[in-house]
Design a protein around this ligand. Structure first.
Ligand code: ADP
Ligand code: MG
Length: 326
């Protein structure tokens, strides 16, 4: 391989919005036969929309949403953005959100916590691929009410001894319908379900078609539930047996390794913190330029436009460049 031709390939990549970490990566790119696609933010827009809040019996949708939003404001997952940014009045929000009405404007950032309106969050923690938690202190006419709020997948809350029986049916219904459902809990009990939807990017359908046309096998890999994963797979034309759902970040690595052990040369496309290890494990890692820095650092290639269509383009480019060289 002449260095000049490789540099030309690299330069052409840059024009196409494909940043290649080094010319030698074109060779790895050419050899892949399987492309593992993360779902959220990679195949889908990653702009989840909060479409419903289903409170557990005796709870208020508005309070479930408000406390969940207080914690999610500190997180960076698309789910967090959707919950934190949802306009009030939407998604089951009911009137009666009176708490803190007189403390509006108290959004100050402190050293150990962030005040969100009247809700001050301390001890924030994000558990990649599982959920978030924090102690939310609500000022109630001078009297502080502190609650440890958890927002995340049902199984994660179960593991922490949260009583989730009250919301299990609502979660199952939302997931069967192809939505993503996360549970908000405090004081040891699940208080409600936040239902989100994330549309497939219009360009993803053609991108998957292009990957197939190049002889590559697309696989969908996601931490999300099986119902949501299948809905996305159906939308872009990925076979049901090529859907791996409900995997934790380290299981994403295991899924890539399993394919490699079966003889596949695996490219992985992802955007999240939860994808970083799998991107590094894959024979070729492709990060969405719209994704997290951790994913971009772990990858060999960055798809600057955040468009899955750049993945087949990168592979086509590497094949063409190396054919010229030989
Ligand atoms: P994906 O693989 O589709 O990008 P993730 O692995 O990031 O999904 O997340 C898997 C699951 O973990 C989500 O579907 C959700 O149930 C839960 N989760 C992750 N981050 C959060 C968060 N910030 N708030 C609530 N739930 C979360
Ligand atoms: Mg993702």
């Amino acid at each position: 391989a002449t260095p000049t031709a490789l540099l030309v390939g690299t330069g052409r990549g840059a024009q196409l919005g494909i940043l290649i970490k080094g010319p030698e990566i074109l060779e790895q790119t050419r050899r892949v036969d399987t492309v593992v696609l993360d779902k959220t933010g990679t195949v889908t827009a990653g702009r989840m929309a909060l479409v419903d809040v289903v409170p557990a019996a005796g709870e208020e949708a508005a309070e479930v949403r408000r406390l969940a939003a207080a914690v999610e404001r500190l997180a960076e997952h698309p789910i967090a953005r959707a919950i934190a940014d949802a306009p009030t009045g939407v998604a089951g929000e009911v009137a009666g959100d009176t708490v803190g009405a007189d403390i509006v404007g108290a959004d100050t950032v402190g050293a150990d916590g962030v005040a969100v309106g009247a809700d001050e969050v301390r001890e924030f923690r994000a558990d990649a691929g599982r959920g978030v938690s924090g102690v939310v202190r609500t000022a109630h006419s001078g009297v502080g009410l502190a609650r440890r709020v958890l927002v995340g997948r049902l199984g994660w809350l179960d593991e922490q001894g949260v009583r989730t029986a009250d919301v299990a049916d609502a979660v199952a219904a939302a997931e069967a319908d192809g939505a993503t459902a996360v549970v908000a809990a405090w004081d040891g009990r699940a208080r409600g379900v936040l239902v989100l939807r994330d549309p497939v990017k219009p360009t993803s359908v053609q991108a998957v078609r292009d990957l197939r046309a190049l002889g590559l096998r697309p696989v969908l890999l996601t931490g999300d539930n099986r119902g949501a994963a299948l809905a996305t797979a159906r939308a872009v034309g990925i076979a049901e047996e090529d859907v791996v759902a409900q995997v934790l970040p380290d299981e994403k690595v295991a899924a890539v390794e399993r394919l490699q052990a079966g003889g596949a040369r695996v490219a992985m496309v992802g955007d999240g913190v939860n994808d970083a290890a799998a991107l590094a494990t894959a024979d070729l890692g492709l990060a969405m330029g719209t994704g997290t820095d951790v994913a971009i650092e772990a990858a060999d290639l960055t798809l600057v436009r955040g468009d899955l269509a750049s993945a087949p383009q990168a592979i086509r480019l590497s094949r063409r460049t190396l054919r010229i060289i030989r």
